[in-house]
Ligand binder design. Structure first.
Ligand code: ATP
Ligand code: MG
Length: 415
């Protein structure tokens, strides 16, 4: 199924997580949006802390998800955009200045300024994955888009995300062994932000926290742009493991208890809750546990994760306050009480972020756990529109699109 105005291959986002692998295929819809034409989902295998630990296992899961997506899109899937995380992700903001060569800023000046800003030395075994435009200053005055303005000194600032080279190579291999080629990587936390934030939240300052199974990913936005990104190597699997040790049950049972009855804070109606019967290892009889007791195990771990987030944000020193608060995504955003706990630990208003309801998005994926999946699709579309593709500085602002239109118009005038 494709929209009549579109005849190309669909754009595909592949979210390779620690708990699930999800794919979305979409075609451009109407003027600018996306229409989802196929989706598939499977439980993940061979991933730990959002990184590949068993190539064959994860590759099999990816193959299954890609094949299902291709079948329902009725087209082969030759290339995909892939989410990544892993514990060795670093980010920094960098600024560089150039002289304006002909008195008026032209596209070449902008490119030179951004090229200097992106030229940072990265540690051994790190690779640059994102270079995101943050802003421009012309003779020390911030300007949204300097093209065509008089000035002497043009400064550009970019946000640079790097990740462990071998982790990226492993992820690429796992996907490519399953069939499709990797067109680009998308940091999961940024993808989650793309799916759940409004522009006014980014302008006011906002923090996105994706509470996944293997890792917790954060993205801080200030003055409309990405300010900081990070990956904290703690996630829902740590909570389940704590429960398994605390209750003396297998991890799979603990995971099930967490999803069905878990909470991050004790309930106000704790006395009225029906107790659960749990059979610990080696016990002769069932043990009675109240859901509110589970909060005694889950709460401290969630609090630890959120404290790490708070430290990360404090160290990043975003300008101004994050007035739009914190938006929680990822499967663990479902834990009752997590919003109140996040608000308390981070000292910010908190909400749970549902991904944008793209036309055709299956009901099952209208869930905070799929924020990064939906956002990866939206970022893939941005990538494809960016001049120079995924390697280029992206987050194309409207003025650039205007200049592209102008160029297309001028080209049209040529014989
Ligand atoms: N209703 C629920 N209540 C509590 N936890 C839940 C619920 N549903 C899912 N989870 C938890 O969410 C996690 C899965 O989230 P998610 O799908 O975001 O992870 P992932 O993207 O596969 O992993 P990652 O991005 O960390 O590699 C698991 O830890 C699971 O226990
Ligand atoms: Mg995830």
């Amino acid at each position: 199924m494709t929209t009549p105005e579109y005849d190309g291959a669909p754009l595909v986002a592949l979210d390779v997580g620690t708990a699930k692998v999800a794919a979305l295929a979409a075609v451009p819809h109407a003027a600018k949006g996306l229409r989802v034409v196929a989706a598939a989902l499977a439980s993940s295998r061979g991933m730990q802390k959002s990184a590949v630990v068993n190539m064959a296992a994860i590759s099999r899961v990816i193959r299954r998800v890609v094949e299902r997506t291709a079948r329902s899109a009725r087209q082969p899937i030759e290339r995909v955009y892939v989410t990544f995380a892993g514990s060795k992700v670093h980010s920094q903001n960098n600024r560089a200045a150039v002289g304006v060569s002909r008195g008026v800023v032209d596209e070449d000046d902008i490119r030179r300024a951004e090229d200097s800003a992106r030229a940072v030395t990265v540690p051994h075994n790190q690779e640059v994955v994102h270079v995101i435009r943050r802003g421009f200053w012309l003779d020390d005055k911030e300007v949204p888009w300097p093209l065509g303005m008089y000035g002497y000194r043009l400064e550009a600032e970019v946000h640079i995300v790097t990740a462990e080279r071998t982790a990226l190579l492993n992820l690429r291999r796992a996907v490519e062994e399953a069939g499709p080629e990797v067109s680009g990587f998308v940091l999961g936390g940024l993808a989650a932000g793309e799916a759940v934030l409004s522009q006014s939240e980014r302008d006011m300052g906002v923090l996105v926290v994706d509470l996944g199974a293997g890792t917790t990913q954060i993205a801080v936005y200030a003055r409309g742009e990405v300010w900081h990104t990070a990956v904290i190597p703690l996630g829902g699997n740590h909570i389940s493991r704590d429960l398994a040790f605390g209750l003396n049950v297998p991890v799979e049972v603990a995971e099930q208890i967490k999803v069905e009855y878990g909470r991050a804070l004790p309930s106000r109606q704790a006395q009225e809750e029906a107790p659960l019967n749990i059979r610990p290892f080696g016990a002769e009889e069932d043990l009675e546990v109240r859901p509110s007791d589970l909060a005694l195990i889950i709460g401290p771990r969630v609090e630890e994760i959120l404290s790490r987030v708070a430290d990360e944000v404090a160290a990043a020193r975003p300008p101004g306050v994050l007035a739009a608060g914190v938006v929680l995504t990822g499967g663990n955003a479902h834990l009752p009480g997590v919003r109140a706990l996040a608000s308390r630990v981070l000292g910010l208003p908190a909400r749970v972020g549902q991904p944008e309801a793209l036309p055709g998005l299956p009901e099952r994926m209208r869930d905070p756990a799929f924020a990064a999946t939906v956002g990866a699709l939206k970022l893939a579309q941005l990538y494809e529109q960016a001049v120079g593709g995924p390697e280029a500085v992206w987050q194309v602002p409207p003025p650039r699109r205007w200049s592209q239109r102008l160029r297309a118009f001028l080209r049209g005038l040529l014989p």
